[in-house]
Design a protein around this ligand. Structure first.
Ligand SMILES: [Zn+2]
Length: 322
């Protein structure tokens, strides 16, 4: 006789798309779909849209609420776990508190768990991606900003006020660029996609050698973080200077996280991580220089493996962690 385990639903709510997946208890995706996020009218349609979409798909797949252990939802904004509310998700136009736990439970008849979006991506990579389901995993995502999530001893860290894992605001240069958070030299001002471009422009000003990147900037062209890494791979002198500085800064910050948490894996994801092994090798070298022996021997740096599918998987894993 086979025991049928209940299934999970993962929802990854973003500023432009809402991704959904139905997963087995082991985290294998069975169905997935997505819809546009309707941020009009203060984002009032978002929660009703999520409810309708789940109900519509369950009907389509001939499934019922009692076949599910729960719905996990990853969302931008500040989560109040006690109240089940989210506020300050400005890219969704949510300024006041919204009640996804109450409303989605009422609408679907399935229990709901919520978590912030950077943390669900960390949980996804930990469960089914590069984190290899280890108990101690640090995840850093390099996108428009730098985000992160820390799993220690099998638990996701929230901290006293929900800000644990905000790796982007680790200070790596106290006299560096001004960050959106108000202080200087945060990792985000250097290693995010926008930070990398900022570093390139800054270094180009004082650079006098022969470089295609320098020529592009002098020509007034828009450059991206990808351009910097693509040119660095081709040994462009200025691009290499920028890439080395970015990777040294990232390796320095990650080494200090590793020195205090001794994770099994440190996982790098987000758009910038598409630079692949070139980035990984440079960051790894910088990390090793700044780690003490026990950490060097037991903490491994890896590239994320799930891409933008990490969110729905991590959201679903919230139900297993309850
Ligand atoms: Zn900052």
């Amino acid at each position: 006789m086979t025991v049928t385990e209940k299934k999970l639903i993962g929802v990854d709510l973003g500023g432009t798309t809402i991704k959904f997946a139905i997963l087995t208890a082991d985290g294998d995706i069975q169905q997935k779909w997505s819809m546009e996020t309707n941020v009009l009218a203060d984002g009032q349609m978002i929660i009703p849209d999520i409810i309708d979409s789940i109900k519509h798909h369950l009907k389509m797949y001939e499934m019922k609420a009692d076949q599910f252990d729960g719905i996990g939802l990853g969302s931008p904004g500040t989560i109040n776990f006690k109240e089940g509310t989210i506020k300050g998700a400005y890219n969704l136009n949510w300024t006041d508190s919204v009640y996804p736990v109450r409303d989605i439970e009422e609408g679907t008849g399935i229990p709901v768990t919520i978590e912030n979006d950077a943390n669900v991506a960390a949980l996804g990579e930990r469960w089914k991606g590069a984190g290899n389901n280890a108990d101690d995993v640090v995840f850093v995502t390099l996108g428009t900003g730098v985000g992160g999530g820390i799993i220690a001893g099998g638990n996701l860290l929230h901290g006293a006020n929900g800000a644990a894992g905000e790796i982007g605001h680790i200070t790596v240069d106290p006299h560096g660029f001004l960050c959106t958070c108000g202080k200087r030299g945060c990792l985000e001002t250097i290693a995010s996609a926008t930070g990398i471009v900022h570093v390139a422009r800054d270094r180009a000003g004082e650079y006098a050698g022969d470089s295609e990147l320098k020529a592009m900037l002098d020509d007034g062209q828009d450059i991206s973080a990808k351009d910097v890494f693509d040119l660095a791979k081709k040994n462009d002198d200025l691009a290499l200077i920028v890439a080395d500085y970015v990777c040294d800064s990232l390796g320095f910050a990650l080494a200090n996280i590793a020195n205090s948490l001794n994770p099994k894996y440190v996982v790098i994801g987000g758009g910038v991580s598409a630079a692949g092994d070139f980035l990984l090798d440079k960051v790894n070298k910088a990390m090793r220089v700044n780690e003490f022996a026990t950490i060097k021997d037991s903490t491994e740096l890896r590239l994320a493996s799930l891409g933008n599918g990490a969110g729905v998987i991590g959201a679903a894993s919230l139900i297993k962690m309850k």
